[in-house]
Structure formats: structure tokens, C-alpha cells
Design a protein around this ligand. Structure first.
Ligand code: CTP
Length: 131
């Protein structure tokens, strides 16, 4: 039996790659349902990130995955507490490049950082294509 009812994770998921898929599958193994908050293009601009794939298409790709229950939109850094509470999430997960950064959510749900898949990132793919 899965330990959690509903997990939530956040990301940009630009140029969707195997590291993204493995993370989402591992989270889905922990919970009955997986909600994924996909960063909007406007929020990425605030973060200084330019996406190759627009929000609507990144969200559509994530939404089509069998391991994902629902996609929501991420517009700011502050929405996580209300997302967890409003969506009744009992688990928050991110890759371990974010280790410790969201521990404040432990007041509301369990928080887990899973190891990243080595050797792949959107940044690497963008740099490879630039060459
Ligand atoms: N992730 C992962 N393994 C990778 C790359 C990403 O587990 N090799 C995870 C991140 O830790 C995060 C989620 O996937 O929890 C979404 O990450 P995102 O920033 O969209 O992907 P990156 O490839 O890390 O993109 P960038 O290089 O732009 O930071």
C-alpha cells in the first residue's frame, strides 16, 4: 500500500527529459495521487529562466503522463503553503538540488527530497543544442 494519499511537486519541466520522468514516477510510487505544479512563463521570467516550450505545452505534456493526477499552475514562490492545504496534500517532494529549501512546509505535510538523476538537465540540453 502507498504511504501517502496525495503528493505535490513543482518544476518548470522545460524540454521534458528522463530526469523529470524518473522523479515523477518515483513520487507516484509513494502516493495514491500526484499533483504537479508547473511554473508559468511569467514566473520563470521572475526566476531569470527563459523556456523553450511555452507553459501550456509543458503543462499538457505533464498532464498526459499516467503517473500524474492533476496539473496546477505555479505563479509565485509564496503559493506552496496554500497549495498544500487547499489540495489536501500530505507529501511534498522535490529533487535534492532543493534540499532543505522547503523544510518550512513540514508544518503542513511530510517533505522529501529525492536524488536527481545524474547527467541530465534542461540547462545541459540547451547548452548542447547551442554548440
Ligand atoms: N530533476 C531530477 N533529475 C534531473 C533533473 C531534474 O530529479 N536530472 C528534478 C528536479 O530536482 C526538480 C524537477 O526535476 O525537482 C523539475 O526540475 P527542473 O528545474 O524543471 O529541471 P532541470 O533539468 O533541473 O532544469 P534546469 O536545468 O533549467 O534547472
Amino acid at each position: 500500500m502507498k504511504k501517502y494519499k496525495r503528493a505535490i511537486t513543482y518544476g518548470t519541466f522545460d524540454l521534458f527529459h528522463i530526469g523529470h520522468l524518473r522523479l515523477l514516477k518515483r513520487i507516484a510510487d509513494l502516493a495514491d495521487e500526484l499533483y504537479v505544479a508547473v511554473s508559468s512563463d511569467e514566473f520563470n521570467a521572475i526566476k531569470g529562466k527563459t523556456c523553450v516550450i511555452p507553459f501550456e505545452e509543458r503543462a499538457e505534456i505533464i498532464d498526459a503522463l499516467g503517473c500524474v493526477t492533476r496539473v496546477i499552475r505555479e505563479d509565485n514562490w509564496e503559493q506552496k503553503v496554500s497549495d498544500v492545504l487547499d489540495n489536501h496534500c500530505d507529501l511534498f517532494v522535490m529533487g535534492d538540488d532543493w534540499k532543505g529549501k522547503f523544510d518550512f512546509l513540514k508544518d503542513y505535510c511530510d517533505v522529501i527530497y529525492l536524488p536527481r538523476t545524474p547527467g541530465v538537465s534542461t540547462t545541459d540540453i540547451k547548452q548542447y543544442l547551442k554548440k
